[in-house]
Design a protein around this ligand. Structure first.
Ligand code: FES
Length: 241
């Protein structure tokens, strides 16, 4: 039974228990991942000209940004130059989930929200508190929030490696089309905390977007920009963890 048939049967009301009984283990993984996703409207990743963004164009360890699902919520997209397998991510509230690993031809491309789960600092256009740090020595690829030095392992579903962050970064669910080398963002794994973010950053967002409604506009196509082009004032800090 392939994934489409499986979904068709589910849509027609066939018992999930019965389906799982006769399904391969891989399908179990698929169901686990999907059931913990926070879905948002599907958005194609595009370049500045509006053409589909090709994931193979990402150079290793060069971070990019696309805003999704709202105009004011940037995510960091990066090729970490290593194939990444799915991992289980533990959450303090017990709502654990399975991160589905890297995507792209080499399964090395990942995307995470840039909103820090500690105090909601982020890769803002006017101050890049959250940034990507390539591997160095024994330390792997990280995203780090310079506000209070929370560090996240982007190769392990965004798990916390240091600092006060209470849980992992939420990962963007990317649906990859290998024939076209294009991807859609379809939602998040984990807790993206958008309501908390919009409350905490209300004044800054009003400065940037003038109105809350504009900041909360849903993104129909997600434009991918180099991190340095989106975030005019980046910060750098020591990576602890
Ligand atoms: S806001 Fe990110 S570490 Fe505190």
């Amino acid at each position: 039974m392939d994934r489409r048939n499986f979904l068709d049967l589910l849509a027609r009301g066939t018992s999930l228990g019965l389906l799982l009984k006769f399904s391969p283990l891989g399908m179990l993984e698929f169901v686990r991942a999907q059931s913990s996703a926070n879905p948002f409207p599907r958005a194609l990743l595009v370049d500045k000209a509006g053409n589909p963004f090709k994931l193979s164009s990402l150079k290793p360890h060069e971070p990019y940004v696309f805003t999704y699902p709202f105009a004011a919520t940037p995510n960091i997209l990066v090729n970490v130059d290593a194939e990444l397998a799915p991992v289980d991510v533990k959450m303090p509230d017990g709502k654990n989930y399975r991160w589905t690993g890297g995507v792209g031809k080499s399964k090395s491309v990942v995307a995470y929200t840039s909103i820090c789960p500690h105090g909601y600092s982020y890769a803002a256009p006017n101050l890049g508190a959250m940034g990507y740090y390539k591997p160095e020595g024994n330390r792997g690829a990280r995203m780090v929030c310079c506000s209070h030095l929370s560090a996240f392992d982007v190769t392990k579903g965004g798990e916390v490696k240091g600092g006060p962050a209470p849980h992992a970064l939420a990962a963007v669910v990317l649906e990859y089309d290998p024939a076209k080398d294009e991807a859609y963002a379809t939602g998040f794994l984990g807790n993206p905390q958008f309501d908390e973010f919009f409350r905490a950053q209300a004044q800054n967002l009003r400065d940037l977007f003038r109105t809350t409604a504009r900041a909360r506009e849903e993104v129909a196509k997600a434009t991918v920009l180099p991190y340095a082009e989106h975030t005019k004032v980046p910060t750098t800090c020591p990576v602890l963890g």
